[in-house]
Design a protein around this ligand. Structure first.
Ligand SMILES: [Mg+2]
Length: 233
């Protein structure tokens, strides 16, 4: 069912999640950046085993992993800038090993929206320097003329989206219509918390059925569905 209040390509601005929505990274460089910094912090080997990463934000992943390792919040919060820098440097030093696969029809959708004059930004759980490496390696960074919502200063997706919306409206006007695209129930919930319509796309780990149950305004098997719909109109 389509509950969007207009055709999918008639919003003023779009906020895209990255992992599972635009790309899949076939490497595990971001994962190993977590393991590296967590192991240094805790003083013994720590991985992300048992931690929810999909739909989480990087600070949330750190928090959950440290909680599992028995580290109290106060011990690491003050060191967040240093933790972020260490993770970013880990990924940037290995940028050639970051191998994103661009998901089906992503470029076509971005081209279409750019051609129609829409403003494009990201709303992601990634730290900015890490998300930028992924999008640059995928050849997609140039589409995102709004920059947007990275997770550096936030603990939840709803906060990331809220900050991204404020940025978009400051740049483009208070009446700017904004649509979110994401691949997890967390994207749908964060969009809803901010009063935004959301297009859910089942190219991450969640199935079309699982996403549909969360009642996004529009649910797709992949972004190819949008391109096919445009071709028919
Ligand atoms: Mg995602």
């Amino acid at each position: 069912m389509n509950r969007l209040d207009r055709p999918w390509d008639r919003f003023d601005a779009y906020l895209f999640d990255i992992d599972g929505t635009l790309i899949h990274c076939t490497d595990a460089i971001h994962y190993f950046a977590f393991c590296d910094v967590l192991t240094t912090l805790v003083g013994r080997e720590v991985t992300l085993e048992g931690v929810t990463t999909h739909g989480n934000v990087d600070n949330g992943i750190l928090r959950d992993a440290l909680e599992r390792a028995g580290v109290l919040d106060g011990g690491w919060r003050a060191r967040l800038p240093e933790i972020h820098r260490t993770m970013a440097e880990f990924v940037e030093a290995r940028r050639d090993e970051v191998r994103p696969t661009v998901l089906p029809q992503v470029r076509e959708v971005l081209e279409h929206l750019r051609g129609s004059g829409a403003r494009l930004g990201v709303a992601t759980g990634n730290l900015e320097r890490i998300g930028r490496v992924k999008l640059e390696r995928a050849g997609l960074m140039g589409y995102f003329n709004l920059g947007g919502g990275w997770s550096d200063a936030h603990d939840s997706r709803a906060e990331v989206f809220c900050a991204a919306v404020a940025k978009v409206r400051a740049a483009c006007g208070a009446a700017t219509s904004i649509c979110v695209l994401g691949d997890t129930p967390a994207d749908i919930a964060a969009a809803r918390a901010n009063g935004l319509p959301v297009i859910a796309v089942a190219t991450g780990i969640y199935s079309f059925k699982q996403l549909s149950e969360e009642q996004p305004e529009l649910c797709l098997h992949s972004l190819s569905d949008l391109v096919d719909a445009s071709a028919r109109t």
